[in-house]
Design a protein around this ligand. Structure first.
Ligand SMILES: *[C@@H]1O[C@H](CO)[C@@H](O)[C@H](O)[C@H]1NC(C)=O
Length: 217
């Protein structure tokens, strides 16, 4: 066991009450994904502040012997909401665990996700077509899951290294995007979303932390 147990106690007191609970206590949404539980039980869970890109004892080698994106996604607490979403989307988790596919993960800060006018799995068109119960029942869960998958994939660029100015498309998304330095800050274009930092560089890609979310609908 790694000394994560201590962090878990801390998390259950701090993160779940301040971050997760408000986000997932939407009465319209039956929380079939159990984000909180997964986050608390994640063995690679967000540990104490670790300098970005520093070697960490939490970086456990994958089957290939290299550290992969799946090993480090849970490392930075400031993006643990997004990391939880990724865990809920099996195809996304698999990709980040795949040594043969590189990915640039554009992980929005928790604060950016919390500031959204709606939850990442909510689509106004669903409410328009189906009313306030759009996400209830089995069909509703599936619908929410589909929407969440679209959100997660819109934040995964199937390419790394990703050179400055090089056109790319996120998974399942038609919009051409690229990044450039603007006044000393890396920004994702054309939306101009600031990259706060490059949190991890591992064998199958990088995790970039974003100040905002992509328009994914
Ligand atoms: C994947 O990333 C690794 C490590 O950054 C790099 O050496 C390799 O060339 C990349 N592969 C592709 C296909 O871009």
């Amino acid at each position: 066991m790694r000394p994560l147990v201590v962090c878990t106690a801390l998390l259950s007191g701090v993160v779940s009450s301040q971050l997760l609970v408000p986000l997932f206590r939407d009465p319209r949404y039956p929380t079939p994904f159990r984000h909180g539980d997964q986050i608390l039980m994640d063995p690679a869970g967000p540990g104490p502040a670790i300098p970005p890109s520093a070697p960490s004892p939490d970086d456990q080698p994958g089957p290939s012997g290299d550290v992969m994106l799946s090993d480090v996604m849970g490392r930075d607490r400031s993006i643990n909401l997004f990391a939880g979403f990724v865990r809920d989307i099996e195809s996304a988790s698999r990709r980040l665990d795949d040594a043969s596919q590189n990915t640039t993960v554009l992980a929005p800060l928790n604060s950016a996700i919390e500031a959204l006018p709606r939850k990442p799995w909510e689509d106004p068109r669903d409410y328009g077509a189906l009313g306030p119960n759009a996400y209830e029942g089995g069909d509703g869960s599936e619908r929410a899951h589909r929407n969440l998958r679209r959100f997660v994939e819109a934040h995964m660029v199937p390419l790394n290294p990703w050179p400055e100015g090089k056109n790319a498309k996120a998974i399942g998304d038609d919009q051409t995007i690229w990044w450039e330095m603007k006044d000393g800050v890396r920004v994702i274009q054309p939306a101009g979303i600031q990259v706060v930092s490059i949190a991890s560089t591992v064998s199958n890609g990088q995790v970039w932390i974003l100040k905002g979310v992509r328009n994914y609908a």
